[in-house]
Design a protein around this ligand. Sequence first.
Ligand code: FES
Ligand SMILES: [Fe+2]
Length: 423
Amino acid sequence: MNAPMDQFEKRWTAGREGFRVPYEVFTDRAYYDREQEKIFRGETWSFVGLEAELPNKGDFKATAIGDTPVIVTRDQTGQIRVFKNRCAHRGALLVRELRGNTKSFDCVYHQWSFDLTGALRGVPMRRGVRGEGGMPPEFDMANFGLDALRVEALNGVIFASFSSTVEPLLDYLGKEVVDTIKKIFNRPIRIMGDQRQYVHGNWKLYAENTRDPYHGSLLHLFHNTFGLYRATQSGVSHMDASKRHSILKVVATAVPASESEDKEVYKDVRSYNTEFHLQDPSILAGRKEFDDGSTLIINAIFPNLLLQQIANTLAVRQSVTYAPDAFEIVWTLFGYADDDEEMQMIRMKQSNLIGPAGLISMEDGEAVEIVQEAVVRDGQKTSLLAMGGGHAENVEHMITEGPIIGFWENYCRYLGIISRTAE
Ligand code: FES
Ligand SMILES: [Fe+2]
């Protein structure tokens, strides 16, 4: 199963010109398989849901960590539990709905029944029929529960891990990510709904995209044309101490950039077009919500979560992998339980900014796909990450690719790849 290490090591380089990533990492099945083992089923915490999605006892949702299907449920005592979504009999997918409420999980194949703690409670025909057949006397139902994962939640954000040795969630996240989650989930939330976006590309291209403040004001016409985010605004590009997570933040400044400065910076940029006007500018008429003045936060949490605050849109985006060239982004949009009616309408209207067809995020899925399409036969070639100096370091601006390098350094560490240092 494991390809020899040196197969993975040949083309990674960190040199003076920048950090280079071989394109085969986006197309080669051997990388994909190793990621499932070492990252998604390894020493990490993966996002699986929000407690607000499971308000009642018996509520459940089906999701996946990497490509391993899992069930998230709230048991009869109110405890959140996460199991592999795989029947202990012959391996069938146990839960086939996306979500629901139940007293037990009953496998469709031979009707084995599991309670909400994952314990096996019923086996049809266990003692045979009319004295014939049945399970052997040695069969002990206690040995056939569902595979449980470790679960920890922070302010209602649920993470699960296959590892019994991974550090506690708060240590894994680091202080700045913990503070960001606490800031956004500062009071009970109300789920607005999900959007699902199937992307014909590798999940790591999206991990790059969401750690890439450099593209934000270039790719997205809406961002800079309507001033939601321009490189002339002040921002920060931070990582946690391990550099696997990133926090990109735009802060409303006391001294906004002048129109002439914007024009100078964007004079050659296709997506900066002052001729465009909104027919209905109310989409941008939001409310100031957070005391720290942040107008945009993109917090990528390794390996599968993105937490965002863009104006008044709040959302989590979960990446679910299917294959080297296929993954899905599951967007869950939310507001606060105490939002007044006007605030609910603001969030509803601004939700047009994000999601698969969002005015400022539709280009990201496309960016992933055009890379995938172009590199498919050029696995030996490499990309270049150099903007900002070619190092993973925290900076107080957004003209950098540093957080992407932080992602790749961790990726190499998890997979056991040693990148060469080029002189
Ligand atoms: S595979 Fe589930 S009951 Fe047989
Ligand atoms: Fe983007």
